[in-house]
Design a protein. Structure first.
Length: 206
């Protein structure tokens, strides 16, 4: 580490966790938590008004899946580093976060010492994947279904509980077109029913 102070934004909707992380990170030399956010909206607003070196980000927030926002954050904040800190231990979620451009992935069951170690490593220009997450990646099958932008839009609306007719109206598509998208999604995700499709989408954080 250099003498430079790494400014950190914590984004998580669990206030007790945020308070604990803030205390432990501020005790480490070279780290300073300069802001907290409870949602992606608050996170994006903070980033638009403040300079931050490192973003510690939960996956599932009240207003959406944060992985969907990572490319935009990296595009508009060229020098920022992002670490996902999540309870999601599914290999598909870990891989998707890495593919989106994060510099680290930590699990919430990690000790405060390990989290601090990971943050310091990323602040120093390294990539840090927690040992447990690394082991999960090595043991898991390599294939993750590739979804198109439109398929993701349809899938998100399915998860929200919209019917095929409602999705067609929302996206200005025909009923048959949405039906075809849903059929392809069930094939790609190996889902036997719409309920199964929703479960798989949530499990894989798609």
């Amino acid at each position: 580490m250099t003498d430079k102070i790494t400014k950190i934004l914590l984004t998580d909707d669990h206030n007790l966790l945020v308070d604990g992380l803030k205390r432990s990170l501020n005790e480490a030399d070279g780290l300073k938590v300069t802001g907290t956010a409870n949602s992606m909206k608050e996170c994006m607003s903070f980033l638009s008004e403040h300079s931050v070196d490192l973003l510690l980000l939960d996956v599932q927030l009240p207003d959406g899946n944060s992985i969907d926002f990572i490319p935009k954050i990296l595009q508009t904040n060229k020098d920022i580093k992002i670490i996902v800190l999540s309870s999601f231990a599914e290999p598909s979620v870990i891989r998707r976060a890495i593919d989106a451009g994060v510099s680290g992935y930590l699990l919430k069951n990690s000790t405060s010492a390990e989290i601090t170690k990971g943050v310091l490593a990323v602040a120093d220009g390294e990539q840090y994947i927690s040992p447990e997450a690394e082991a999960l990646l090595k043991e898991a099958p390599k294939h993750i279904p590739a979804l198109t932008r439109r398929e993701r839009e349809v899938l998100h609306l399915v998860v929200e509980g919209l019917s095929t007719k409602e999705i067609a109206a929302r996206l200005d598509l025909s009923f048959d077109t949405v039906h075809d998208y849903l059929r392809n999604l069930r094939i790609k995700l190996d889902a036997k029913s719409m309920a199964d499709l929703v479960c798989r989408a949530k499990d894989q954080c798609l």
